[in-house]
Design a protein around this ligand. Structure first.
Ligand code: SAM
Length: 350
């Protein structure tokens, strides 16, 4: 992984600068005058000394400028080790075209890839150059990943650290960032399309509806490696009756649904979405009370999201439209229909 970089020859500017040229002409001018004083003038020693000193001054300046130019060119010609940088890239929910343009561009130019292979489909790696090392972090401990980051620092590599969905959610990125800070390795986060929005898209649904719910709760059930604090138990979150998305709970569906039913009415719309946006995508839509009826649970154990939300009901069921596109409703960017209420609103980011 030892990589040294050489300067781009196009960065070496061989042209004489305007300043160098002006000084050169100035100096020549003085020297010419010294060599051919006008006939009608009898040059005094003082005039001669002044012209000579001006010529010498100009030439000294040229020498200094040329020396600086040479120093810069030599510095550019030295092999340099680039500064290492780690990019945490959100891969999105799985469809290769749901990564961001920035994420794909960074993958295309990176020197090393670390990716969460249990969730990031291999297709995403097609964005990276064929000849760079690619490590599936599913098989690596944190110290082993940190060792790779250290090697990258020594070799000045650009590392693409690819996480599924958005790196800010259940990606175990915080501990890596902390290690990078301790190693003084720069990092940047490139956001991604989270699976919960991909699931909403798969259901063709909006998760926030006026007067129904304007809140989305993202949560998960406790895992061996990542316990959820007691204060965030599923039943207590269910008490809000907001839109709620349960990550990482495909293998605990009966328990989770039972907890949710402690506060959501059984007729609340609910859905399971598996591998949203991928060719294997599956959806199961029902009410919370009937969600698991006849379901082969083992088929939904992996890469599944449970969504429950009163907002998943149809427009007729909910009888609630946003006023945002109401013809009578004016705001900063749109006039209201004649004779209507012209009050402006801050809610214009639809
Ligand atoms: C470790 S978390 C990663 C979440 C990711 N950072 C995100 O923003 O979507 C993995 C869980 O996310 C959910 N998930 C990830 N991709 C999914 C997809 N394509 N369809 C449905 N759920 C998905 C599942 O609940 C899965 O168990």
């Amino acid at each position: 992984m030892n990589v040294t970089t050489h300067p781009d020859p196009r960065q070496i500017n061989l042209a004489v600068t305007q300043e160098e040229l002006a000084l050169l002409l100035n100096s020549m001018n003085h020297l010419l005058q010294l060599m051919s004083p006008k006939d009608d003038q009898s040059p005094s020693q003082a005039w001669y000394d002044a012209e000579l000193s001006a010529a010498v001054g100009s030439r000294q300046k040229i020498a200094a400028l040329l020396a600086e130019t040479i120093r810069q060119k030599e510095a550019l010609a030295q092999p340099r080790v680039k500064e290492a940088r780690v990019y945490f890239i959100g891969a999105g929910p799985g469809a290769p075209d749901l990564i961001t343009v920035r994420g794909a561009q960074l993958l295309a130019t990176c020197d090393l890839v670390l990716y969460a292979g249990s969730l990031v489909p291999a297709k995403l790696l097609d964005y990276a150059p064929d000849n760079v090392e690619k490590h599936d972090t599913a098989t690596l401990s944190l110290p082993e990943q940190i060792e790779l980051y250290q090697q990258a620092k020594q070799a000045g590599l650009q590392v693409a650290r690819v996480h599924s969905g958005d790196p800010a959610i259940y990606g175990a990125t915080a501990e890596q960032m902390q290690a990078l800070q301790a190693l003084e390795i720069a990092y940047e986060v490139v956001p991604g399309v989270s699976s919960f929005t991909a699931c909403a898209a798969a259901l063709g649904a909006e998760l926030t509806r006026p007067n129904v719910t304007q809140t989305i709760i993202l949560t998960r059930t406790s895992g061996r490696a990542s316990p959820v604090p007691d204060s965030e138990n599923l039943a207590s979150l269910a008490a809000h009756r907001a839109s709620l998305c349960v990550f990482l709970g495909g293998n605990q569906l009966p328990g989770n649904v039972a907890e949710l039913l402690r506060h959501y009415p059984p007729q609340t719309p609910a859905a399971l979405v598996q591998r949203a946006s991928q060719p294997e995508e599956r959806r199961h839509v029902a009410t919370l009370g009937t969600l698991l009826d006849g379901l082969k649970l083992s088929e939904w154990a992996l890469t599944t999201m449970l969504l429950v939300s009163p907002a998943l009901g149809s427009v007729e069921q909910l009888q609630s439209l946003s006023r945002l596109y109401d013809p009578e409703y004016a705001h900063r960017f749109r006039r209201a229909a004649k004779n209507s209420d012209t009050a402006s609103s801050q809610d214009v980011d639809g």
